[in-house]
Ligand binder design. Sequence first.
Ligand code: NAD
Length: 375
Amino acid sequence: MQIFFPKEKESENRVSILPETVKKLVELGISVEVETSLGKTVHVSDDLYASSGASISKDRNSSLSSSDVTCRINKPETEEISFLKKNSIHISFLDPFNEIELVKEFANSNISAISMELIPRITRAQKMDALSSQANLGGYAAVIEASRCLGKSFPMMMTAAGTISPSKIFVIGVGVAGLQAIATAKRLGARVEAFDTRPVVEEQVRSLGARFVQIDIGETEETEQGYAKELSKEQIKMQQEGMKKICSQSDVVITTAQVFGRPAPRIVTKEMIEVMKPGSVIVDMAVGTGGNVEGSRAEESVIQNGVTIVGLSNLPGEVAFDASLVYGNNLFNLIEEYWDSENKKFDFDITDEILSGCVVTHEGDIVNNMVKDRI
Ligand code: NAD
C-alpha cells in the first residue's frame, strides 16, 4: 500500500504532511512517497522526510499512477486525474458543490474521491475535521493580521506618557474561526463583541469574556451538523441595521460568516463602512467564498473611506507550519480509522457513517447524495 503526497499549487504555503506524521504512517506499515521539495514553504527538507521513512519522488506523474492513495490539501487540476491509478483513492479539499466537472472526471476515471469539507460533524470524526483545524488557525491569523494593519495597540496601557485605551474588536460569525478570533483578541487585551445568527453561540461568546450583541432578526435555524441556514433578505437587512452602530464604534471588524455549500452572506455594506472610523480595519475571512464585505477583494487590501479591508483567502496559510501539522494529522486519523493492519489494506466500506458522508465518487459513480442533489 503506497500513499503519495504531491506538492501543492504555487500559491499555497501549507503542505499536506510533515515528517512526524510520515513516521506514524510508516509505523502502520504503509509506504509513503512525497514529491521532492514538498516541504520547501515550511522549511522542511527532503532529507528530513527521508529520515522519517518517506521515499522522495522526483517523478510526480509516475508516483500519481503507481500510488493507491494520493493526499493533498487543494483540489487537483482536472487534467491530472487521468494520471491517477485506476481504483485508487484521492483525498483533498474538493469544493464539490462548485466543481461538478472535476467530480464527474473522478467518477469517469474510477477514482474514489474523498472531500475533506464533507467529513461529517460527528464526535467520531472530530479528529479528521480539517475544516475546523484550518478555521481555528485562520481565526487566529485574522486577528494577528488585523493588529498588524491597525495603527493602535490592542491592550490598554497606562504609561507615564498617557493612557492608551484598548482597541474594540467586533467579530461577526462565531463558528470555529470566530471563537478563535475572540479568544485571540481577548488574549491580546482587546475589548471584544460578537454576533452570530445562531442563538446557541451566545453562551460560548460570554464564556470567552466577550459581549454578545443582541440583534432581533426573528427565527433562525441551523442544520443537524450545526451549520447556519441562509437568512432571508429581510433578516439580512435587519442584521445590517443592528450592526451599523457597533461597526462605527469598532477599531476592527472580523467577519467569518459562512452558510455551508452556499456563497457567503453579504453582511457589511458600503453604507456601514462609511460610518466606520478612518484607520479602522476589516478582515473578511469569507473573501474566498463570495465575501461578507462589500468591496473586499481576494489577496488584496482595499482602502475605502480610510478603512482597510483585508481579503486574504488563505489565512491558515499565514501560519503554514502549524496548519500543515494539523492537516496532516487529520489525514492520518482518517487513514488510520480504516486501516486493516492485518491485511495491510483499507477497509473501505462506503456505507460507514463517516465515509458515506465524505466519499464523493466510487467505482465509477457519484455516490454522495448532497453532491448528486446539487447536480
Ligand atoms: P461556518 O464556517 O459554517 O460559519 C461560521 C459562522 O457564521 C457560523 O457560526 C454561522 O452561524 C455564522 N453565520 C452564518 N450566517 C451568518 C450571518 N448572516 N451573520 C452572522 N453569522 C452568520 O461555521 P463552523 O465554524 O463550521 O461552525 C458551525 C458550528 O458547528 C459551530 O457551532 C461549531 O462549534 C460546530 N462544530 C461542530 C463540530 C463537531 O461536532 N464535530 C465540528 C466543527 C464545528
